[in-house]
Ligand binder design. Sequence first.
Ligand code: CP
Length: 322
Amino acid sequence: MTSRITHPDGYVFAKRHCLSISDFNRVEIDTLLELGLHYCAPQAQRCDHLKGALLVNLFFENSTRTQNSFEVAAKRLGADVVNMAVGSSSVAKGETLLDTAATLNAMRPDVLVVRHNASGAPALLSQKVSCSVINAGDGVHEHPTQAFLDALTLKRTLGDISGLRIAICGDILHSRVARSNIILMGLLGAEVRLIGPPTLLPADADRWGAEVFHDMSEGLRGCDVVMMLRLQLERMQGALVPSKREYFHFYGLDRAKLDLASPGALVMHPGPMNRGVEISSDVADDPDISLITKQVETGVAMRMAIIDALYAARQNGEAAHV
Ligand code: CP
């Protein structure tokens, strides 16, 4: 059985879930990024590949970009979308995550998009439901679709990720975006650097395959891309930074610090941003250097590609078993 979603070498994409970047090999990653590039074209964003399919957004943590991006992506593929309002659902009456998922599964969705504050929650659900599960961010573990959209943004802008020197800066300890990007950018051939205060870097960060710096002026030298991370005060127990003002002085990205990177270096941020804490507004809002709006725009195309590929793999697998 062949699929619409094939790699030029004939490999047929067969993954059912998107839970962690480490679940994908290079061919699968290239297949998804190529499909993402296809969906970047406005005319490609109107299709009916998922007509009659149902995507359920199940977000236990707040979201602006990810949840809306999945909704737009699914609708542009022709699918129906249900956004479960967790706060007004039976979760508030004590229904468990697994019971909630089993209930939604009985309504026969095709794709369940899950954000949860517990690392591993989407992976657990994927073993209990019959549909595809997409991890939209689980605790401090991973945010794989954010890393895919970041890679696609760089691919659209610079062509090739291989050989780029990418600095990921700030609150790495609490960042699922950092964990997914370290794996993905490394697989795509980039040199990844981690920059942050010792209190915001995991003790074993030097074993993640990235060079660790505590000094922005050293770490940014020669970097082609500077990816800033949000200071996640809501996940901190106790004060891990002396003050926001001091944090900005040492680790916030402003023009002076950006000048230490390679000439023409580009700036990324997954959002939401704390302006004046990890990034200055004049850097974030400069369209010549900031890819932040392009990341959001590219996110729709990348999520269309991921939803489409998982759905096609499932259809293909079911057809093969008939
Ligand atoms: N980047 C990201 O995950 O943003 P949201 O929290 O708004 O979804």
